[in-house]
Write a protein that binds this ligand. Structure first.
Ligand SMILES: [Zn+2]
Length: 301
């Protein structure tokens, strides 16, 4: 065929007709593919002009997709899935795909879901409707995975401060009450079977507390702030708390009590075993230290 010339429409139709129904063997298909690959392709390195692009787009506009209204069979779906398994789009492709669907290019740009759709989406994602299988699959998928520092920073920036959907807002009293009730009593992670309602021993009186505070030089034994530095929310002086090291309210021996400020005492609600060990060690060391100081510098205490 002479370069630049074209087949007549009639010729094209005839060629198409004669090829209809013929099946190309896989071997031949591969050969054909090889013959037009890369530099062998007459379009290699070239690009369509904007005009041709527009023309192509125009000619395809309004054309119904051959798949419209149809669904792939399970077999086809499996084949498609198999072909794509293990393949990952390159970073470049990912960026291109992302750019293509950003902002105004997104098919959902400026649109909003109907209340009905929103409700359905919310229900689907609430987790309550997840089948046990799906739950297991999700759990397996996330096991051991940790967001990289980069991702964490991104997430934080995306949801932090003014970007947070709740920025500057407060819950109304009704919601606050519901939220509070959700974490009350047995529902709270810190629930220890109601021991906070048990009474303290008789020995745990004002005199003993004062003795412990004096023994600890009126300083929080964790952050070492002095009692005179502690104030309530209403700026009134606050006393140091006498903390039961082993969390037994009836064990009021002096070696089970230590002075803590409100802030440090709040920390001891978690990891109780660790804190018990920690304070027992600390008190022992402090007592040894004091005996030593008392002997050498009697005027210090
Ligand atoms: Zn403290």
């Amino acid at each position: 065929m002479i370069k630049g010339s074209r087949h007549s429409l009639e010729a094209i139709r005839k060629m198409s007709e004669s090829h209809k129904g013929t099946v190309v063997s896989p071997g031949h298909r591969k050969k054909l593919s090889e013959a037009f690959k890369g530099k062998k392709n007459h379009f290699f390195g070239r690009k369509h002009t904007l005009e041709s692009k527009r023309k192509m787009s125009q000619s395809l506009k309004g054309r119904k997709s051959p798949m419209r209204g149809k669904k792939h069979s399970i077999q086809t779906k499996q084949k498609m899935s198999k072909r794509k398994k293990g393949k990952k789009a390159s970073l470049q492709t990912k960026i291109k795909m992302s750019e293509k669907k950003k902002g105004k290019n997104n098919s959902f740009y400026g649109k909003k879901h109907k209340p009905e759709s929103r409700r359905r989406i919310s229900e689907n994602n609430s987790g309550e409707n997840f089948s046990p299988e799906r739950r297991k699959r999700l759990s397996e998928l996330h096991k051991g995975t940790k967001a990289t520092l980069e991702t964490r920073i991104k997430l934080c920036e995306a949801n932090g401060g003014e970007n947070n959907g709740f920025y500057g807002k407060t819950h109304n009293p009704k919601t606050r009450k519901i939220l509070s009730e959700q974490k009350m009593g047995e529902k709270n992670a810190c629930w220890r079977g109601g021991i906070s309602f048990q009474p303290y021993g008789v020995a745990f009186n004002r005199k003993l507390k004062e003795f412990i505070r004096a023994r600890d030089n009126y300083r929080c034994q964790e952050c070492f702030r002095h009692e005179t530095e502690l104030f309530t929310k209403k700026s009134k002086p606050r006393k140091l708390i006498c903390h039961h090291i082993n969390y037994l309210k009836t064990d009021n021996s002096t070696c089970n009590l230590i002075s803590l400020c409100l802030k440090c005492h709040g920390k001891t609600n978690y990891k109780r075993k660790d804190w018990t060990k920690y304070f027992q060690k600390k008190l022992k060391a402090l007592q040894l230290h004091r005996i030593f100081v008392k002997k050498t510098l009697p005027n210090q205490f």
